[in-house]
Design a protein around this ligand. Sequence first.
Ligand code: PLP
Length: 431
Amino acid sequence: MASASRNIDTLVLHGGAYRTDPATGATAVPIYQSTSFNLGTTEHADRLVNFDEIGFVYTRLGNPTQDALEERLAAMEGGAAALALASGQAATALSVLTLVSAGDNIVTGTDLYGGSWNFFANRLRQFGIEARFVDPADPSAFARATDARTRLYFGETLPNPKLQVFPIRDVAAIGRGLGIPLIIDNTTSPLLARPIDHGAAIVIYSATKYIGGHGTTIGGAIIDSGQFPWEEFAERHRLLTGPDPSYNGRSWVDIARKFGPVAYIFAARAGLLRDLGPAIAPQNAFQLIQGLETLPLRIQRHSENAARVAAYLSGHPKVETVIFPGLQTGEARRRADAVLKGGYSGLVGFEVNGGAAAGRRFIDSLKLFFHVANIGDVHSLAIHPASTTHAQLSPEEQLATGVTAGYVRLSVGVENIDDIIADIAQALEQA
Ligand code: PLP
């Protein structure tokens, strides 16, 4: 059976239980565009509601198209279960909110997507939750920032703009000793990195990026490794191990036990997703499955093209610095090579001579690249973060995330490399 394969490029096509549609034999996963599913007898409804049995009830909580996507993502990551959501931002939010209450704190690396930074620094505070920011270059900083109310650690595998790989293994080991799960946002490096293999407890994605791959679909996902021992640290994780008043005082570890080590993803789905509601539409889940199936081919080409762009920029007189994992040295390079396998993904940063004005002129001169806030599209994309994605952050926060005035971010697409480099060359001439 294909889903028993250990090969990731087979798993993205065949991972999970879906083989063909039981009603029609369709080989592609159908779009089950239905809000609701027939509950059958009242006795069957009781079994579903009480989690004696798992089945589809209502599309906010689960749907067969979503389910096929979730099982493929779990297979791809080596996880126990997954939850597909309406956006990457919803994945970040639910991955954190499943574990924290007012008065708790989280410890996160500073190298973050701007939206994650904002959510942690500002929105969580509204709910009485403190985010403690530490420099991920020093993993022991996570231990120093930890106290009895710390519920989770957070980092991005390959954060842009710094593009310095997060010390997953070191921070996961510190957390494992203290009873703190590490959540890793792997948006920029699917397939290249498998964070669970390095000790991450939970992996999240903005599937909007490389997984969808075509710039058509917003979506996100949380993957539960199933390996974090919540009950060993029962006091720290009372939200999972203690009684949940919204489920008749049962705990998530008890509810989930007979279905596998999936208490966390059960709580995220049947607790947070039920209450907050960022469900992915079946149509979008279908689109993301289409993307996932060709991800191995695309991520390889993105990586090859980006490496060629980085090499070109490094020799260019108008370019001050180039940021790309393959050009790093020392500890940063060692970490990149330990975590990223088969390529460095499609992101390249560079600082153009002449600061913000030159960065803006470069962007305005591009003809092939699109000027958009997105990344991970098959089309080449570019942006000047200081004036766009990171504009809401203070200058100090911008610097902490690695954004300088003349910094330009490229998300290199899969077009012919000669055309990509020709466009960069002519735009640099204008910059
Ligand atoms: N995480 C990372 C690393 C991202 O780049 C993004 C989006 O840019 C997100 C999360 C949020 O994802 P979405 O835009 O799908 O909500």
